[in-house]
Ligand binder design. Sequence first.
Ligand code: SAM
Length: 202
Amino acid sequence: MVQNSNEILRKILAAMRRVPPQVYAPGDDTFLMIDAISTLSVEGKNVLDLGTGTGILGLYCALSNAHVTASDIDELAIRYAADTARLLSVELKLIVSDLFSNIPGQFDLVLFNPPYLPSEGAHDGTVDGGSGGRDLIIRFLEELPNHLQKDGSALLLVSSLNSPNTLRNNYYSFEFSTVAKRALFFEELEVLRVRLRNDLSI
Ligand SMILES: C[S@@+](CC[C@H](N)C(=O)[O-])C[C@H]1O[C@@H](n2cnc3c(N)ncnc32)[C@H](O)[C@@H]1O
């Protein structure tokens, strides 16, 4: 039986042990991604959670009966996610990878809550998104088409700090739609659903 989204989230948070300081602890951006995922049906889908951190987004999908691969560039994050998956008796395929570099196959849904802060304001690699906070986002968008199944899509978190309209205008091969949005003190967060225009029915 598929549980409702609050129950699933509560279950994951209750299972999580203390998050080591090097691993990104769930924040407003994480929970906005959960809101966005909960608008889709992921049951039976092949999902990739890139930059999984604690594993929370991948675990949420796995507990919603998706087949999940979760990856991160940081080995400690992968070990932390593996421990939580074990405590929840959930199956996750975990891979250490710089973005898609070690990820085989194609997916129905790719999740990415990237490091998106401009380097000047970023204190570590879990949040440092490079110039304008967009370097990882741009690499992600360049590589994404090779990793989507036909009719697949991605959920990508962006901030107003990343000039999302410029991103939309620079990537005409994608259709972007806003699935969830939240205004914070100094920025606005948005989860974009990203689909290849070729896959959209006319
Ligand atoms: C903002 S955190 C998001 C963590 C988690 N997905 C969440 O929503 O709470 C960004 C994550 O991306 C990972 N990351 C940074 N650079 C990466 C890269 N080049 N390839 C894969 N993961 C990366 C970081 O280690 C971190 O866990």
